[in-house]
Design a protein around this ligand. Structure first.
Ligand code: NDP
Length: 278
């Protein structure tokens, strides 16, 4: 086994992952030597593969992506508030005593991408969140903390949206509507697509009336998976339409900082990925 610090991203499938490239670029920027690989683990072997990585392969930290974020949360020995709120983890860190800590950086990464890279002030915005899966659960809390005025959560399965709104517990500000009612709920300043429809190659049917003239529309998916939603946003007259590539780079930077104690400059890495991810 190499003496380099060992890091990995676990997913299934994982061949498409940009995480090894992003972490190597951060490491090069800051002069840190590390090994970061993509590990494909099917759900039935995920927990044992992760444990082996941390116990026998000198693993120091891991990112976790679909479909393992809930399993990563479950197997950890301790969990941050962000992970607990989401019920999922995208970062696992080996603590000095060998225990595993679970964290979720997705929500903060989205807000940083919106407010710092895209220069949006979310305060006072009426926001619509489509989806109530693991990523949406992380994002909803962070949007509230960033100061949105209202947050309307709409999910194909309404129970998951209700459970998320109940967990946040701010009924005057955060509420749910049925997917079937999207055409009659007016327009929003911020529309975040946190469904996996684009990634799964499925079409979302969204009314044009949702996007106000100053609306910013954001798809957590990126590249080809975001094309359909961003095309809808532009056709609906939204002022801004962004995909989730910036969020991907920001969540990686959060993990990197957690593991190495130094924050990389995300912009050059984002710019280089922009040229290649489509
Ligand atoms: P989950 O599987 O946990 O949740 C999927 C969500 O999408 C559920 O709310 C589900 O609704 C909804 N959904 C799926 N298909 C459809 C459809 N055809 N129509 C309407 N709703 C649908 O996935 P995640 O939350 O982990 O991920 C969601 C997306 O966010 C993925 O595309 C993922 O790649 C992306 N992502 C991007 C990140 C980034 O850094 N850019 C970070 C994290 C996620 P239901 O409950 O009814 O099944």
């Amino acid at each position: 086994m190499s003496q380099l610090l060992q890091f990995a991203v676990f997913g299934h499938p994982i061949a498409h992952s940009q995480s090894p490239r992003i972490h190597q670029a951060f490491a090069q920027q800051l002069g840190i030597a590390l090994d970061y690989r993509a590990i494909d683990a099917a759900p039935d072997v995920f927990a044992q593969t992760v444990r082996h990585f941390f116990q026998h392969e000198q693993g120091r930290g891991a990112n976790v992506t679909l479909p393992h974020k809930a399993a990563a949360f479950a197997l950890a020995d301790e969990r941050t508030q962000a992970a607990t709120r989401a019920g999922t983890a995208n970062v696992l860190t080996r603590l000095a005593d060998g225990r595993l800590s679970a964290h979720n950086t997705d929500g903060d990464a989205l807000v940083r991408d919106l407010t710092e890279r895209h220069d949006l002030d979310l305060r006072g915005h009426d926001a619509l969140l489509l989806g109530a899966g693991g990523a949406a659960r992380a994002v909803a809390w962070s949007l509230c903390e960033a100061g949105v005025q209202t947050l309307t959560i709409v999910n194909r399965s309404p129970e998951a949206a209700d459970a998320l709104a109940d967990a946040i517990g701010q009924p005057a500000r955060v509420h749910t509507r049925y997917w079937e009612d999207l055409a009659s709920i007016g327009s929003f300043d911020l529309i975040v697509n946190a469904t996996s429809a684009g990634t799964l190659g499925q079409a979302l049917s969204l009314p044009m009336s949702l996007a106000g003239s100053r609306a910013a529309c954001y798809d957590l998916a990126y590249g080809k998976s975001a094309f359909a939603f961003l095309a809808w946003a532009r056709a609906a007259g939204a002022r801004y339409a962004y995909d989730g590539l910036g969020m991907l780079v920001e969540q990686a930077a959060d993990a990197f900082e957690l593991w190495h104690g130094r924050r990389p400059d995300t912009e050059p890495v984002y710019q280089s990925l922009l040229l290649q991810v489509a």
